[in-house]
Write a protein that binds this ligand. Sequence first.
Ligand code: NOJ
Length: 565
Amino acid sequence: MEEPWWKSAVVYQIYPRSFADSDGDGIGDLGGILARLDHLVGLGVDVLWLSPVYPSPQDDNGYDISDYQGIEPMFGTLADFDRLTAAVHERGMRLVMDLVVNHTSDEHAWFRESREGPNSAKRDWYWWRPGRPERGVVGEEAAAPNNWGSFFSGSAWQYDDTSGEYYLHLFSPKQADLNWENPEVRQAIYAMMRWWLDRGVDGFRMDVINLISKHPDLPDGESTGDGLYGDGSPYYVCGPRVHEYLAEMHREVFADRPERVLTVGEMPGVTLEHARLFTDPARGEVDMVFQFEHVGLDFGRHKFDVRPLRLTALKESLGRWQTGLAEVGWNSLYWNNHDQPRVVSRFGDDGPRYRVRSATMLATVLHLHRGTPYIYQGEELGMTNAPFASVEDVRDIEALGHYRQAIRAGEDPERVLDGLRARGRDNARTPMQWDTSEHAGFTTGTPWLPVNPNHTTINAAAARADPESVYHHYRRLIALRHSEPAVVHGDFTMLLADDERLYAFTRRYRDTTLLTLANFTGEPVELPAALATEWATAPLVLGNAGTSIDPATLQPWEARVQRKG
Ligand code: NOJ
C-alpha cells in the first residue's frame, strides 16, 4: 500500500487571531495569513493547520463555535477563506481545519433551540439533566446533576432558568457539550465535515475528540485533592463509544474520498493503549493523536503548579510512545501549540546567551523522532514566554478561572501569578513577531494582547537574515525530513536512558543509521567513552554548535545529528 503523504510532512499551526492583522483592528485575520505565506513557503512546511476561524462569540478564542459553516467576520469572509485555500494549494501546501465538535457555543442555533425547553426537537442534542434537590438548592451549584468540575474551574454544569434544568459543559458555560449518543447530532456533524472537504480543505485537527463519548449515567466522580469537585474523567476520557464514533465518522466522511486527508485527534488523557487503537490504519479511526504525557511531566498538583522536568522521565515517556506506535499507528510530535507555554522558556534557556542554542537543540530532538512534527507559530523564531506584569494582563479564560479559584481558596496571589507566568496559555498567544516595528509588524492598530517587548531582537525579519537563526535551523530540519528516508521511516532506539543531561537516540533505515545527541543543560557534558568512540568519525548531518564537533564533549545545549551508511 502506498504510504500516506502525511508521514513525511511537517505541519505548521497558525493561531489566526495572533498571526497577522491585515485591517488594523488589532486582531489577526485571513488576509494577514495570505500576506505572510512566503514566510511559510521559505520554511518549507507542508501543511497549515488553522485554529478555529468560524463565527464565534470568542469566549474561548474561537473554540466556542456558533456556526460551523461560516467564517467569523473579524477574520474575514468565506470568499477570503476560499482565496486563502487556493493560495495555499498553489504553493504546494495543504490546509487543515480545526474541528470543535465536543461542544458548541451556547449561541449556536442548535443550542438555542435545545434551550427552548424539554419539548424542543433538539433538547437531546445536548446533556440536559434536572438538579438534585437533596444536595442543595436547585439553581445553585450544590444541586448540580453530578459533581464534575470543568476544565476551566467551577462546576461542569450550568443552570438554565427557562426549564429549571442544568446542561453539561466540560469547558466554559458558553461551550455546551453535544450529546453524541444522538445519531442526528453525529449525522449533522459528518455533513458539515463533508461540506468543508468539498470546499477543498485537506483534513481536520479534532479538538478534545476523545471526550465525545460520555458514560450515559453521568456518575459522580471520586473527590479530588482540593475537595471542590469530583473527577469525572473516567466517565468521559476515551468513553465507552469513542472508538465506535470515530470509526463511524471515518466511514461517513473520509473512507470514500479519492484524496487522502490528514486527521489528528487531540486527546487529553489518552493512553498509549487507546492511541494504538485510534491510529491503527486497519481500524479506520484517525491518522494520529496529540497525546499529553510529555507536556504533563512537570506538573505538580495541576498544570499551574510548576515542577522541574526530569530528563529521564521525558525520555521514558517519548521513548515508550515511539516504541508503542512503531508497528501499528503513528505519532504526532509537538512541544508547542496555542495551549502550551513556549518550549524554549519551559525546557530550554530563554536568556540571551543560550536562547538560540537551546531552541535549536529542542527542535532537533523533536524533529528527529519518528512521527509527524507540528510547529506552532513563532516556535521557528524561538519566541519566548511573555512578561505578564499582573493579572490585569491575562486574557485567557482558563488562567483567569484558575486565578479566581485559587485566590478564593486562600492562595498567595503572587505565587498564583507565577504559575500563570510559567504555564498560562497567553504565553503562546502574544502576537507573532515579524519585525522590530512598534507592534512587531503584527498590526497597525492596537494588538488584542500586547506584543512581547523582546520583538526588537526576536523577529522573523532578523531570523531570516541570519543563517544561524532558529528559523534556518527549523528550515534545515524540515529539509532533512524531506530528503532523508531514515528520518521518516527509520526505527527508533533510545540510548542513555538513565542520563539526566543527555538525550540520545538512533534511527535506522536500511543501511543508514542516524544518531541524535543533545545536551539538555547549560554546561558542557562529556559523552560516555564507548559512544564517543563509536561515532567519532561519523559525519555531521546537522548541528547547532558550528561545523566542527568535539567527539568527546557536547557544548551547553548542543544538539548534533551524525550519520553512518
Ligand atoms: C482544546 C483546545 O486546544 C483549547 O484551546 C480549548 O480551550 C479546549 N480544547 C476547548 O475547546
